[in-house]
Design a protein around this ligand. Structure first.
Ligand SMILES: Cc1ncc(COP(=O)(O)O)c(C=O)c1O
Length: 384
């Protein structure tokens, strides 16, 4: 069977490229002397988790208890749940796994710490805690310095909890406009973490783990002296965001959505069978306008400008001006048929691969186009 025999849309993954991405990041972490704890949210599969652990990852990062449950294996010895777990039910599910795997939880609020402590104490277990620090992403996290030290002190005083250190997700790296800016943002986040850990130690608190994590920052932040762990996730597949940020090439993008051209309603327009249900809804800008939903691999003359649930609309780049002036209608006099025909297959490199994986029950894995089978996306939809 060949990839072309598969019904579309389908999410294909080139295992040769995955293995190369896994090996590269493992070598980078080893060179820099930091532990690698990949975020499994990108691939959500047991097979690729095993590949990462086999290449030297110290454990995995997950966001939800359900992801941990889905990815449990004999090889998985150590997990960071990088998400505050609130509520008796998810906490009891979490603690029920503590006999099989060493668990740490990232949290940023005294209530989350107390709930975790109560659950751990009730289960007769000890759970590790990393205090989540906001180094600029403005999502979860306490501010670096004193606020982090104060929460860490509260955690250290609670039964059933072991303060292991601090974590951050430096998601602000995604806003960098060029490599210099990316490096500056990454280093600043790393230094904020190391300085905060120093303050914790001066206050007599443990800060053995200084965990940071994102794919764009992974290269530079690991250089910061004192960082102990990196948690990139997207690197395993890469995506168009990483290409745009300059940290990956299109050839490093292991996961692509295979789609079929289903209509050529106008010379300047092609429609594929992959809308937001197949390629996700994340947008980004490659030109001033319009936004795109991904890269059409090997067809630089076409832009993926619009997506409804089932339809993806591709526009010829040379019609962009008219598109922007809203003059493009169904029967534009263009240059004829173009290089896409109904029935033709195209490969879409999604902007942001993680939520795209979550749209599929299985990955169609191949090596250089030779289809080798399906892998179940075991942690798909595990949002609890
Ligand atoms: C807490 C945390 N750590 C690590 C990552 C991995 O980042 P990336 O997807 O850029 O590799 C994420 C991604 O959202 C995250 O939320």
């Amino acid at each position: 069977m060949h990839l072309d025999d598969l019904e579309t849309p389908v999410l294909t993954v080139d295992l040769d490229v995955v293995e190369q991405n896994v090996a590269r990041m493992a070598a980078h972490a080893q060179r820099q002397g930091v532990a690698l704890r990949p975020h499994a949210k990108t691939h959500k599969t047991s097979e690729i988790a095993a590949l990462q652990l086999g290449a030297g990852a110290v454990g995995l990062t997950v966001a939800k208890v359900g992801e941990l449950e889905a990815l449990l294996s004999d090889e998985l010895r150590d997990v960071l749940v990088a998400f505050p777990i609130i509520g008796a039910r998810p906490l009891s599910r979490l603690l029920a796994r503590a006999d099989r795997v060493r668990i740490s939880v990232g949290l940023d609020h005294p209530v989350a710490a107390r709930e975790l402590s109560d659950a751990a104490a009730a289960a007769g277990r000890t759970v590790g805690v990393l205090v989540e620090v906001d180094t600029g992403g403005q999502r979860c996290g306490v501010l670096p310095g004193r606020p982090t030290v104060e929460l860490a002190r509260a955690v250290a005083g609670l039964p059933g909890l072991e303060l292991r250190g601090i974590m951050t997700h430096e998601g602000q790296a995604y806003a960098a406009r060029n490599r210099d800016e990316l490096r500056a943002v990454s280093l600043a986040a790393g230094h904020a973490m190391v300085d905060t850990a120093r303050e914790m130690r001066q206050a007599g608190l443990d800060a053995a783990v200084i965990s940071v994590g994102s794919t764009p920052s992974a290269h530079d932040i690991a250089e910061v002296n004192g960082i102990t762990e990196i948690r990139p996730g997207t690197y395993v597949f890469q995506d168009y965001n990483q290409v745009r940020l300059g940290v990956a090439e299109v050839r490093d993008c292991a996961a692509t959505v295979l789609a079929t051209v289903i209509s050529r309603p106008a010379p300047n327009r092609a429609v594929i069978d992959a809308g937001t249900k197949a390629v996700g809804a994340d947008r980004h800008m490659i030109l001033a306008e319009p936004t795109v939903f991904g890269l059409i691999k090997g067809h630089p003359g076409w832009l993926f400008v619009r997506a409804s649930e089932e339809h993806g609309v591709l526009l010829r780049t040379h019609d962009l001006d008219r598109w922007n002036r809203e003059e493009v209608s169904g029967d534009v006099q263009g240059d004829g048929g173009g290089d896409l025909h109904v029935g033709q297959r195209v490969e879409v490199v999604p902007n942001h691969i993680c939520p795209v994986v979550n749209l599929y029950d299985e990955l169609a894995v191949h090596r250089g186009g030779a289809f080798s089978g399906f892998q179940s996306v075991a942690a798909r939809g595990k949002s609890r």
